[in-house]
Design a protein around this ligand. Structure first.
Ligand SMILES: Cc1cc2nc3c(=O)[nH]c(=O)nc-3n(C[C@H](O)[C@H](O)[C@H](O)COP(=O)(O)OP(=O)(O)OC[C@H]3O[C@@H](n4cnc5c(N)ncnc54)[C@H](O)[C@@H]3O)c2cc1C
Length: 458
C-alpha cells in the first residue's frame, strides 16, 4: 500500500484502490481482461510526470486510459499496476482559427471538440463511430479514423504537435505549431498509434478543417457483396473521391431492419453508402451523378438524396449497427466479436470472398460492414458465449481472417489497433520493421513500464 499512498499524494487524493472501482477498469470494448492495482486521476502534466518517474523507479506498469472504448484491449492493464485515467485532463486550451488549429488536453471527448468548432464553421475530421464518448488522447494513441477518412485522412494527418511525458517523467514536445516542418524525425507521427507504449500524451495541437457547405448521400444496393466491394475502386477510377463510403452486407441490413422496420434501407442486397461533399452545390451534384453512373452496371438500386432528415436517419442507423446487434437476442448470450481487416481497395472483393469462404468452412456467421472507401472491412463473428465450442470456432476463424488479410498485402488492423488482441501478427505483417519498433520501445522505455503486453512488444 506504500505505492498507493505515494501515488494518491501526487494526485492530491485523486486515486482509488477499491475493488469494485478497479473492476470498472478491467476491460474495454474488446474481450481482453486485466485489473489494475490502483487507478489515479491526474489533472496536470506535472502530476503525470511525477507518477511516471515514481513508477519507473519502482518498476510499476502504467497503462493510460481515455474512455476505454478501444476494441483491442489496448487500455486494459493486462500486467496490473497503475491505471492512469486521463479523463480529467479534458479542456480545450485554445481555438486558433487564424492558424487553423486547436490545442486540447487528451481526455477531451471527440464530439465535444466538434461541438465547440461548429460555430466557427470548422471541424476535426477523424470521426470514429465512438466519437460521442472516446477521447482525443485515445484517438491519437490508436490512430483512430472513421467514416470520413476516405477523403479527410486519419488522426495522424491532423497532429501538429504533442506534449508527451516519457517513461522517466521527462516532458517533451514532438512538433510545432507550424502546419509543416522538416526538422528531423517526425516524433508526432511516432506517437500516433503507439498505444501508450512510448509515453503519455498530455497535450495535443491539432489541425482542423472548414466544414463542407454541401453534402449528398448516394445509397446503392448490389446483388452480391463482391459487387459492393468492386464499386469502391470503380468510383475512384471515375475520378470521384467520396467523403464517406460505408459497406453493409445483407446481414448488417437485416440487423438494422430488425431494430427499426421503417429504416430506409434497400432490402434487396448488400449496400454501400457513399457521401460526396464540397463548397459548391454544382460540383457536389456532378460528383453524385458520376458516382452513380460508375456503379449503375453492377448495382440493383440507387437512391440519391440531400434531404438532411433522411441523411441523418441513414447515418444514425449506420452508427447504431454495433448496438443493434445486441438487441437481436433477448437472452443476450449471442454476441459478435469484430475484426478490423484492411487491404488495398482493389483487393476488397477478394477479401470479402475470402471472409465468406473462411466463415463457411469454420461454421460461423459473419457480418461485414465498415469503411470500404479506405479498404477497411469489419467482420463481426457471431457466437453464443455459453458454448465453449463456439469460442474455439471464433479463434480459428479470426486467425484465418488475419492471415488472409496479410496474404492479400493488407493489415490485421486499419484503425482498432493491435493492443493485447493482435500482437501475434505484428512480426508477420511488419517483417524486419518490427525489430526496429522493438528497438525504439527499448530506447524510450528501457524498463518496460509503459503499457506492457501490448503491440506484441512484450
Ligand atoms: C461503438 C464503437 C465504435 C467504434 N468505431 C470506431 C471507428 O469508427 N474508428 C476507429 O478508429 N475506432 C473505433 N472504435 C474504437 C475506439 O473507440 C477508438 O479507437 C477510440 O479512439 C479510442 O478512444 P478511447 O478514449 O476510448 O481510448 P482507450 O480505449 O481508453 O485507449 C486506447 C489506447 O490509447 C491509449 N491512450 C489513451 N489515452 C492516452 C494518452 N493520453 N496518452 C497515451 N496513450 C493514451 C491507451 O493506453 C490505449 O492504448 C469504436 C469503438 C466502439 C466501442
Amino acid at each position: 500500500m506504500a505505492h498507493y499512498e505515494k501515488l494518491k499524494n501526487i494526485c492530491d487524493g485523486r486515486a482509488t484502490a477499491a475493488p469494485a472501482e478497479l473492476c470498472c477498469y478491467a476491460a474495454d470494448g474488446s474481450q481482453v481482461k486485466g485489473k489494475p492495482d490502483f487507478v489515479v486521476f491526474p489533472q496536470t502534466t506535472a502530476e503525470v510526470s511525477q507518477i511516471l518517474a515514481y513508477a519507473d523507479t519502482h518498476l510499476i506498469p502504467v497503462t493510460a486510459r481515455g474512455a476505454g472504448t478501444g476494441l483491442a484491449g489496448a487500455a486494459v492493464p493486462v500486467k496490473g499496476g497503475i491505471l492512469l485515467d486521463m479523463s480529467r485532463m479534458n479542456q480545450i486550451l485554445n481555438i486558433d482559427i487564424n492558424n487553423i488549429q486547436v490545442t486540447v488536453e487528451p481526455g477531451l471527448v471527440a464530439d465535444k471538440l466538434n461541438d465547440a468548432l461548429k460555430p466557427y464553421g470548422f471541424f476535426f475530421p477523424p470521426d470514429p463511430g465512438s466519437a460521442a464518448t472516446c477521447t482525443i488522447g485515445g484517438q491519437i494513441a490508436n490512430n483512430a479514423s472513421g467514416m470520413r477518412c476516405v477523403k479527410y485522412g486519419t488522426t495522424k494527418n491532423y497532429v501538429l504537435d504533442l506534449e508527451v511525458v516519457l517513461a522517466d517523467g521527462t516532458v517533451i514536445r514532438t512538433g510545432s505549431n507550424c502546419l509543416k516542418t522538416s526538422a528531423g524525425y517526425d516524433l508526432s507521427r511516432l506517437y500516433v498509434g503507439s498505444e501508450g507504449t512510448l509515453g503519455i500524451i498530455t497535450k495535443a495541437v491539432l489541425k482542423i478543417a472548414p466544414l463542407p457547405k454541401f453534402r449528398k448521400l448516394i445509397m446503392i444496393s448490389f446483388p452480391s457483396p463482391e459487387n459492393a466491394g468492386l464499386s469502391v475502386s470503380r468510383v475512384f477510377a471515375a475520378g470521384v473521391t467520396p467523403s464517406a463510403c460505408e459497406i453493409l452486407d445483407k446481414t448488417s441490413v437485416t440487423v438494422l431492419t430488425k431494430l427499426d422496420p421503417d429504416v430506409i434501407f434497400p432490402r434487396d442486397g448488400d449496400v454501400v453508402l457513399f457521401e460526396v461533399d464540397g463548397s459548391s452545390e454544382n460540383a457536389v451534384d456532378e460528383s453524385a451523378e458520376l458516382l452513380a453512373k460508375a456503379c449503375e452496371e453492377i448495382s440493383s438500386s440507387i437512391l440519391i438524396t440531400n434531404d438532411p432528415v433522411q441523411m441523418k436517419e441513414i447515418w444514425d442507423a449506420r452508427r447504431l449497427l454495433g448496438a443493434a446487434v445486441s438487441k437481436l437476442d433477448p437472452t443476450k448470450t449471442r454476441i459478435y466479436v469484430g475484426e478490423d481487416l484492411g487491404v488495398p481497395i482493389q483487393k476488397l472483393p477478394a477479401l470479402i470472398a475470402k471472409v465468406y469462404e473462411i466463415t463457411n468452412e469454420v461454421g460461423i456467421t459473419p457480418m461485414i460492414y465498415g469503411h470500404a472507401g479506405d479498404g477497411t472491412i469489419h467482420v463481426g463473428l457471431f457466437i453464443d458465449v455459453l458454448d465453449e465450442n463456439e469460442w474455439k470456432k471464433l479463434d480459428t476463424a479470426a486467425d484465418k481472417l488475419h492471415l488472409a488479410a496479410i496474404s492479400l498485402g493488407g493489415t490485421v488492423s486499419t484503425e482498432h489497433g493491435i493492443g493485447a488482441a493482435r500482437g501475434a501478427y505484428m512480426e508477420m505483417q511488419c517483417g524486419p520493421a518490427f525489430t526496429v519498433m522493438k528497438a525504439i520501445k527499448k530506447t524510450l522505455d528501457p524498463n518496460g513500464i509503459l503499457n506492457p503486453g501490448k503491440l506484441g512488444l512484450s
